[in-house]
Ligand binder design. Structure first.
Ligand code: ADP
Length: 672
């Protein structure tokens, strides 16, 4: 198999006796064969590929590994020119490379081929090899050929490439982290030594704290902590937690260089070396001041809302007690007309108070949602004032105050919603009455100032502390809740005043010289140009009169008490009335009774009022009834909904008789 088997090996000295010569010869031959076999096994077992050639570069031996790598079996390879069996090309260009064996034969010295050789196997496979060739000489130093040792370095090359890639990645990773640390804008990156002295001050540490790295390096890290926190053991407490738990989250107000504070939201990490030894602490802190302020504002609003709800419940419950007592009195009073009249007046007052509270509340919500609609017309100032005084009069008189009103002699007109501006003035008058000790003085003055009219309400009451003045127009703001509770209010009257005046293009301010010195509220509103007498004649409609015509009225309400009381009133007014307690009954009653007017509750079991209205509208033959929705919901969207369902009007519970009459009167008008 191998050419070396045939090689002559050096002889030992031979004895002269032919027998012994023969024996010696045999022994020598045996030894030689054994040695040759050993050599063959050795060469075949070598982990590297090995090819040897004769002096002409023809293959004289090829071991197993070389056979496997080149794809040549010995029988084919032996005697072949070595560059045919061991064919290498450049890894980059694929150009043939000079054969190292031929090279070594020529040069007479050993050669290594470079890193870039690819061995092209007999079947065309290519893989990287590393090899070296050396000349073989006989004892006399004559070149008898060359030996080539080579190995497949695919794995090693791959491992080298992986290592290189990893190194490059780590390098660029380090670079990326450096860039991150330098460019981070949201976080301060602070590193301290184990004694909490600052050693790194990066990211937006300077931006957030105002201190530059030069100013703080080497200093104790507690410099961004407030005195109160330092006294409470920070930042050491944080560090202790980071040490025991690995990390410590922390959210607190911190100090800036200029003494102001920022809300830092961060995490501190214990930095440990490979052996677990503490090398310091790293802290990442974000400036979360804005978010914190928003949270605090929300919490505050939430707290105020809770307070408000408690106050609202209290204020709504207040009038209920006298009303309930009134009912008791009515039962006991029997026919005592005086007592009955008194208690009724009291109950009306309390009910009126409650309705006003709820109306105010809804109005404020409408204004804040920008859904308040003004019904503006040209109205005389005197009428607005008269309306307001009429509303506030009972409270003013009740407290024994003296009210003086002075208006310009020449009539002043405003383009305004009469009801809403009267509401504004009556709110101010009522406040003056509430916040002035018994027997006080209230002055309502109006004067023309250029294109505007200025209205002021002045009292000599408890006044308003300067600190509270800027906030009195805020919703739910009350200077003194304890005083207020006894006065009955929700702290929304002035918010309403401001909102309504603003909607009229005006402004309002409050003045007070301080507690006990009285208050003045001044409103400025745009006035219309003075006009001649004829223009002023478009007076307001006379107040509505009780409807005298008898009507067939269907009252639909699942609340039996509510339905019955309404029936009582309508009967008293001379109408013919029937009731239904849900939508299904209403539809049936409408068919039978042919009502001219239906007062329709909205939320009812079985079938709601809107559904019933639609059905009644569909099924009515002949004259369509006037259907008025009567509900607890009074938002514009609720009104729109009832209009959509086919209702002609929308009244909010509790229904005022006057409103009901007005709607029925309108029907009378259209009859005529
Ligand atoms: P309410 O009267 O329901 O509390 P307002 O919004 O009308 O709500 O008034 C807000 C607060 O302003 C009152 O609680 C009161 O403290 C103060 N205030 C209003 N008007 C006067 C006034 N004429 N004199 C003194 N304080 C007043």
């Amino acid at each position: 198999m191998s050419a070396l088997d045939e090689e002559e090996l050096p002889h030992s000295a031979v004895p002269q006796n032919p027998d012994s010569v023969l024996r010696g010869h045999l022994a020598a031959e045996q030894a030689l064969r054994a040695q040759s076999e050993l050599l063959r096994i050795t060469l075949a077992s070598i982990g590297d590929g090995m090819i040897s050639t004769d002096a002409d570069g023809r293959v004289s031996f090829i071991n197993g590994v070389a056979e496997k790598l080149t794809g040549w079996v010995g029988a084919d390879a032996l005697g072949k020119p070595v560059d045919e069996v061991f064919h290498i090309v450049d890894a980059g260009s694929a150009a043939p490379l000079p054969n190292p064996v031929l090279h070594t034969l020529r040069a007479g010295t050993a050669v290594d081929i470079g890193e870039h050789a690819l061995l092209v196997a007999r079947d065309g496979r290519r893989f990287p090899v590393e090899d070296s060739a050396a000349p073989m000489r006989d004892a006399a130093g004559v070149s008898v050929g060359a030996v080539l040792i080579f190995r497949d370095v695919t794995e090693r090359k791959r491992a080298d490439a992986d290592r290189e890639r990893l190194r490059a990645e780590m390098e660029s990773g380090r670079e990326r982290i450096r860039l991150l640390v330098e460019n981070v804008t949201d976080y301060a990156i602070i590193i301290t030594d184990p004694e909490m002295r600052i050693v790194e001050w990066r990211g937006s540490a300077e931006l957030i704290t105002g201190w530059s790295a030069q100013e703080v390096l080497g200093k104790a890290a507690d410099l961004i902590f407030t005195q109160a926190d330092r006294d409470a053991g920070f930042p050491e407490r944080e560090a202790a937690r980071a040490r025991s738990e690995g990390r410590a989250e922390d959210k607190r107000w911190h100090l800036r260089k200029d003494g102001s504070q920022f809300f830092g939201d961060g995490v501190m990490t214990a930095l440990r070396g490979p052996g677990g030894e503490l090398q310091g602490f790293g802290k990442l802190v974000r400036d979360a001041t804005d978010r914190r302020r928003t949270e605090e504002a929300l919490l505050d609003a939430d707290r105020r809302k809770d307070e408000f709800i408690a106050l609202l419940a209290h204020e709504l419950r207040n009038p209920l007690a006298p009303i309930r007592n009134g009912l008791q009195v009515m039962r006991l009073a029997g026919d005592d007309a005086v007592a009955l009249a008194q208690v009724r007046a009291m109950m009306e007052r309390q009910l009126g108070h409650m309705v006003r509270l709820i109306d105010d509340l809804l109005d404020v919500s409408r204004i804040s949602q920008d859904r308040m609609e003004l019904r503006r017309a040209r109205v005389p100032l005197s009428e607005i004032v008269a309306n307001a005084v009429e509303t506030a009069r009972p409270v003013i008189d009740g407290a024994g105050h003296q009210l003086t009103v002075s208006l310009p002699a020449a009539p002043v007109f405003l383009y305004a919603d009469l009801t809403r501006l009267a509401q504004v003035l009556s709110n101010l008058l009522t406040n003056s009455a509430k916040y002035t000790g018994r027997g006080g003085h209230i002055q309502l003055t109006g004067k023309r100032v250029g294109d505007s009219v200025e209205l002021s309400v002045r009292d000599d009451g408890i006044g308003i502390p300067a600190a509270a003045l800027p906030r009195v127009f805020d919703m739910f703001s009350q200077v003194d809740r304890t005083t207020e509770r006894s006065s009955g209010g929700l702290g929304i009257g002035l918010a309403l005043v401001k909102g309504l005046v603003g909607m009229h293009g005006g402004s309002v301010v409050a003045h007070s010289a301080g507690p006990g010195k009285g208050s003045t509220f001044t409103i400025s509103l745009p006035a219309l140009q003075a006009v001649n007498e004829a223009d002023q004649a478009d007076s307001v409609e006379p107040p509505s009169i009780l409807s005298r015509r008898q009507r067939r009225i269907l009252v639909v309400d699942d609340n039996v008490d509510s339905a019955d009381t309404l029936v009582g009133i309508l009967n008293f007014l001379g109408h013919q009335v029937q009731t239904a307690h849900d939508g299904v009954e209403a539809v049936a009653a409408a068919a039978q009774f042919s009502p001219e007017v239906i007062l329709m509750d909205v939320g009812m079991p079985r079938m709601g009022g809107y559904e019933a209205t639609r059905l009644i509208r569909q099924r009515t033959v002949g004259r369509a009834p006037l259907i008025i929705a009567v509900t607890g919901w009074g938002q514009d969207s609720d009104r729109a909904q009832s209009r959509e369902a086919g209702c002609d009007g929308h009244l909010v519970k509790p229904v005022a008789l006057a409103d009901l009459e007005m709607l029925i009167d309108q029907m009378d008008d259209s009859d005529r």
